[in-house]
Design a protein around this ligand. Sequence first.
Ligand SMILES: CC(C)(COP(=O)(O)OP(=O)(O)OC[C@H]1O[C@@H](n2cnc3c(N)ncnc32)[C@H](O)[C@@H]1OP(=O)(O)O)[C@@H](O)C(=O)NCCC(=O)NCCS
Length: 141
Amino acid sequence: MEIYRATIKDLSELKQLEAVCFDDVHENFEYVLTSENHLYFYILDAKNHICAYIGASISLDESELLYICVSENYRGKGYAKELFLKLINELKLRNVNKLFLEVNENNTAAINLYKKIGFTLINKRRNYYGNETALVMLKNL
Ligand SMILES: CC(C)(COP(=O)(O)OP(=O)(O)OC[C@H]1O[C@@H](n2cnc3c(N)ncnc32)[C@H](O)[C@@H]1OP(=O)(O)O)[C@@H](O)C(=O)NCCC(=O)NCCS
């Protein structure tokens, strides 16, 4: 499966997919797609439209997962796993050795995905998403 590094030319497609995946998130794509400290990757569908993406920020030897999103029709096909493998490979090449993330404790699909990738629970943040709790997870790379 081909996975591509996102650039500013992918801005409008990423915004469209974000709007479908997340109701209340407005990522500053103009910034992250031109920043040296961010990595965004995506997968194209048969019509050459972006159907899945992953994004992370890098601070020295640590990284934080920002978003992962797979368009509804393409879920359950291993796309998220593939995006993680690509991201993790690229982070290792940059000598990053820890990947953190936060996830809503009610997001079962995402939590199962993260466990499958090898993330472990290291902390909880109460009332992080309104009155809902965030799980803080870590994968050592
Ligand atoms: C979470 C999400 C990215 C998973 O994408 P996906 O491409 O369907 O995931 P994959 O097919 O790679 O599945 C990998 C693993 O995740 C878990 N998983 C994925 N979807 C699941 C679901 N609906 N229920 C339970 N576990 C699920 C499974 O453990 C799966 O492994 P398996 O297929 O061997 O059982 C996708 O559901 C999504 O975009 N959700 C909306 C956005 C979101 O919540 N993102 C996370 C917060 S930023």
